[in-house]
Structures are given as C-alpha cells and as structure tokens.
Design a protein around this ligand. Structure first.
Ligand SMILES: [Zn+2]
Length: 154
C-alpha cells in the first residue's frame, strides 16, 4: 500500500522554509509534522507514527517527551471545564438545573481531552522543536533540515 504522503524523489530539493515559531505552531495545530509540515502523522485518531513519513523526523525525540503533550492536554481540558462551568452557571442562572450543568461539565471533561489528544502531541513536538533545533541524533532526512531561523516575525 502506498503511503498517504508522497515522498520526495531522490533528486528533489524541497527547500524547506525557516522554522519560525508561528509556522511551527500552525503545523502542530494542524496535526502535521513540525519539521516539514507533512501529514500522515497518525494511524487512526490516537496513534502517532514513530517517524514522519516524509522527512523522517522522530516524533519521540527523548524519553519522557510525551509528558509535555500530557501537560498541554491537561491545561486545555482544565480551561475548557472552567469555561463550561461558567457558561453552565450563566445559562441556568437563577433557576438553573444542576443536573444539566453537571452533564455539560462532565461531557466537556470527557470530549475535550479525547478530541485534543492528537493535537497535543504534534503541538508539543512543535514547541519542543522550537526550543531544541534538529540535532544529528534525530537522524532526519537532511534535505528537510531548514536554514536556521532568525526569530523573524510573522
Ligand atoms: Zn516531516
């Protein structure tokens, strides 16, 4: 079976753009590879591949890497539950239904972490890549290593 993303030919020079923080965050939010922007990073909704199918970027660069994704998901879920609590309170005030409010809050606490799970992984990988540029140990396809970013805006 062919991979979802067409790999560059051996003679192809991809000319990757610099890894600016906005570009990295956009790729992470799109569940794409932070290094090359390619897709096909997941098998199903929950399983991230070991390496990007296009540039060979390792998704778990160091042991314990996914603690950052767990932290991101915890922050997003806690924030969503807080918002759901306030919204449920405002909507049902003053004669509200506690059961309806609790149901909305519990549903938020279940749906948000599952929905955000894959994004938390690619977004954390993007943040990690912003803090730790590609290293020789990452064993990435060298054609996809971009020129050094100069912290440019945009
Ligand atoms: Zn890639």
């Amino acid at each position: 079976m062919l991979p979802a993303v067409v790999e560059p030919r051996a003679d192809e020079d991809p000319h990757p753009p610099p890894l600016t923080v906005p570009r990295l965050l956009r790729r992470g939010l799109a569940r794409h590879c932070p290094l090359c922007g390619g897709g096909g990073m997941f098998r199903g909704w929950f399983t991230i591949v070991d390496r990007c199918p296009r540039c060979d970027f390792p998704t778990e660069r160091i042991e314990g890497h996914w603690l950052g994704a767990l932290g991101l998901n915890t922050i997003v879920t806690t924030g969503s539950v807080l918002v759901a609590t306030v919204v449920a309170f405002v909507i049902t005030y003053p004669n509200g239904s506690a059961i309806l409010a609790v149901a909305a809050i519990v549903a938020t606490a279940i749906v948000v972490p599952l929905a955000f799970y894959p994004v938390s992984k690619t977004l954390w990988s993007a943040i990690d890549l912003a803090m730790r540029p590609p290293e020789p140990d990452d064993d990435i396809d060298p054609r996809w290593i971009p020129p050094t970013a100069h912290h440019e805006e945009g």
